[in-house]
Ligand binder design. Sequence first.
Ligand code: SF4
Length: 444
Amino acid sequence: MALKGLDIFKLTPKSNCKECGVPTCMAFSMKVAQGAIDISKCPHLSEDALAKLSEATAPLMKTLSIGAGEAEHKLGGETVLYRHEKKFVSRDLFAVTVNAQNFDEKWAETEKIDYERIGERMYVELLDLEYTGDVAAYAELAAKAKGTGRTLIIDTTDAEAARAALEVVAETKPLLNGANAENTEEFVALAKEFKVVLGVQGEDLDAIYDTIKAIEGKGYKDLVIDLGSASIKSAFENAVRVRRGALKGGDRSLGYPSIVNVAELAPGDLHMQQALASLFTVKYGSIVVLEQMTYAMALPLYGLRQNIYTDPQKPMTVEPGVYAINGADENAVCCTTVDFALTYFVVSGELERSGVPVNLIISDAGGYSVLTAWAAGKLSAGSISKFIADQGIDEKIKNHTLIIPGKVAVLKGELEQKLPDWKIVVAPNEATDLVKFLKDYAAA
Ligand code: SF4
């Protein structure tokens, strides 16, 4: 359980020396309890007190990483139950389950799902390696799966099969998901030997909890909780109980990321699997394993995830700057819009489709859409002309034609005054009309 201010106070020297920057040890303790100051700010804590406090003031949910190099992913580290309270930290990851018999066919379908949405790559991050009873075939499957570059889940409760796969892929830092009450000893030894995160399973949450305690007792705490596949109801209950137990109950033995296999919860029913994947994206799956991922499933699912795992207090923006589209050089026309990510990607997508080289100028507009930025004074003739001057765009780009969004046509006159050697052109109101507009403009 998290320590309260008074518990922390009992471990301080109570000398009120102020070296921590706080007037009294009591005030310091209260701030530590709130997470407002780090315990290391007090230089006079004994080693014993420091050890106790470090443990007690550690985050309630552990942050772990699986995968290596470009395929490394963070799991956990969440601090709130609801996104509106603060933000969710580590987006959930999607896995497709494969086995020795269906690997080639499944992978050929899975690798097709790879696209970008608002600057984020959307693809199946993990492959879940299902064990079908043949150790040699499982090691072969692991070797093939390693060649995909995706992060792997070694999904077996069989220690011999787990070892065979780990020997092939350990350096890719897979998740080993298969520790339970019967194999705890062997799986903890494997996790320690190959330095991998260990998934903990059980017939219900009580059994899982007992196994977690046993594993923690052996000094291993890089764990993921398997929410189980007894029924949809129990998996969902487990998801909520685990997250609440950690963040509200302060029970660090529940403060681990989770994995849920919706392929086992709704075998053969891709519609239900997609619905469940959406459910566990919202509450509280860290890894969601599906039988398959198709574009029809991916488009809404990844869109949902992207929305859930953005900070609700910060607009999504792109970096201000000049983006050369379709190989634009200094002779290409310029176009401008706001730095709100959704607007940027819609506009840049249409510009790309036109095939016309364009320098897209993005100034800092506070992350608002065009009309909101204009109404808030973030997008004005002054802000655009200042950005052009500050960035030296006058000198860098010879073609002084600037296309402005149709919705702020009102800026044309003032821009012509502020940028006298520029030709200001008003674009259509809708981004979808940009392709024809630019093609016509280039042809004229
Ligand atoms: S530095 Fe330590 S001993 Fe001094 S006031 Fe702060 S908490 Fe108390």
